[in-house]
Write a protein that binds this ligand. Structure first.
Ligand SMILES: *Cc1c(COP(=O)(O)O)cnc(C)c1O
Length: 422
């Protein structure tokens, strides 16, 4: 019986050490001050706020958003009514908010329009990319492990346009792209494993073969630098309710590189994308610029909640966010190794920084029971069936003490839930 005693002593010594390290890291954290911008609960005298590690699925609420949205509803809608399309800036919101997102993804102004869901924007981007591509190219490369909606929509777009889908590991794109490739649709960060793809390298390889690069930024925008312009990305889409904290169902966005805008031919040319929407003419004439990516009347309430939410990024450098994100995920992986040894959980997310997004995915045979119990104990991550525990790290409101507590709670839960088959 002497061995377990030794192991316990070693573990508790490390635990004190990790807790102290967490305090020191939080004290030195320049981004820590942004946490108070969010409504996370647990203020003085309130109940335990818990640890929120699901901002990669639904970002937390910025505390000032309810009052701003209340004004949009009561004054802009309630009092000004139709006048708000002009006087409250409703009509121009899709491009104005696109320009707010632009610096976060490394885009100059005038290339991003906000509206519709990511799924709808994937459809616009894929079909438009086939129309931009040189004739005779009949293949669309798609990330084999893509978030399902991208795969479903690309498949339908391929059937509509007479293309063939080639599923593959994005790392294999440089070796697979040929003169038959029209485009590749790739998730910048894999939603399940947290793997970060080589956007510059893959984009360059596609261009070398004359193909277009369409990137889905759902799990990277707001978490790490993307560099759309710098790397010559052709088209991109992303959602705003994950790391951008826009709220449930917040509108997505579409990036069309300026050099493609004149030839961008939307498969959903709604009246909002017309050069003269209020001309109400029977013939379609596409608007110039990012507005060409619009479809119909924008969902103003969600859109203006998003616009308010983006205020949390004022004065924040995405490079600093990335540095903290890597420090958080490194620290989490280390805490899990110390607290939960014994092979019950295995990291699926790559160790290499260049291949890691802002989440950690752990494979665990008892994942469903473990995640349910973690949430009951105040540590909120999520489950991707059958066996992935997913933890998202949002540097503006997650700190190192949260990370240490999450790993310690995970170890406690594992100790209380017997291994499958035991
Ligand atoms: C979250 C996510 C989506 C979501 O699509 P919606 O149309 O907004 O529901 C799409 N693609 C990826 C890669 C995602 O991570």
């Amino acid at each position: 019986m002497s061995e377990p005693t030794t192991a316990t002593a070693a573990t508790s010594a490390s635990a004190a050490d990790l807790a102290a390290r967490a305090r020191a890291l939080d004290a030195a954290d320049e981004l820590g001050k942004h946490r108070e911008k969010f409504a996370l609960g647990g203020g003085s005298g309130q109940e335990d706020a818990g640890v929120y590690l699901d901002g990669n699925s639904l970002g937390a609420l910025p505390a000032h958003v309810p009052a701003r949205l209340a004004d949009v509803v009561a004054r802009q809608w309630g009092e000004l009514r139709i006048r708000s399309w002009d006087e409250s800036g409703w009509w121009t919101a899709p491009e104005r908010i696109g320009d707010r997102i632009a610096p976060l993804v490394g885009a100059a102004e005038g290339q991003i329009v906000v509206g519709d869901s990511t799924s709808v924007n994937v459809f616009k981007a894929v079909v438009a990319a086939t129309r931009l591509a040189d004739g005779g190219r009949d293949e669309i490369l798609v990330d084999a492990t893509t978030f399902p909606t991208d795969g479903y929509i690309a498949e339908s777009a391929a059937r509509l346009t007479g293309h063939r889908i080639v599923p593959l590991d994005p790392a294999g794109i440089p070796g697979a792209v040929t003169d038959r490739t029209a485009l590749a649709l790739v998730n910048h960060v894999d939603y399940r494993s947290g793997r970060l793809q080589d956007l510059p390298g893959i984009t360059a390889a596609l261009h070398e073969a004359g193909a277009l690069a369409v990137w889905d930024l759902c799990h990277s925008a707001g978490a790490l630098p993307v560099g759309l312009d710098a790397h010559g990305v052709d088209l991109a889409v992303g959602c705003t309710y994950k790391y951008l904290n826009g709220g449930p169902g917040a509108p997505a966005y579409l990036y069309v590189a300026e050099r493609h805008q004149d030839r961008f031919d939307s498969p959903l040319p709604g009246w909002n994308s017309h050069a003269d929407p209020f001309g109400m003419t029977p013939g379609y004439r596409a608007a110039d610029g990012a507005a060409r990516g619009r479809v119909g009347t924008p969902d103003i309430l969600s859109m203006l909640a998003l616009e308010a939410a983006l205020d949390v990024w004022d004065g924040v450098r995405i490079e600093d966010v990335r540095a903290k994100s890597l420090a958080l995920t490194d620290f989490f992986l280390e805490c899990v190794r110390v607290y939960a040894p014994g092979g019950r959980v295995t990291a699926v997310t790559p160790e290499a920084h260049a291949e890691r997004g802002s989440q950690v995915a752990l494979r665990c045979a008892e994942a469903p029971a473990v995640m349910a119990e973690l949430i009951r104990r105040g540590v909120v991550g999520d489950l991707r069936r059958p066996d992935i525990l997913r933890f998202g790290f949002t540097p503006l409101y997650v700190g190192f003490a949260d990370v240490e507590r999450a790993a310690r709670t995970l170890a406690d839960v594992l100790a209380d839930i017997p291994p499958a088959g035991a």
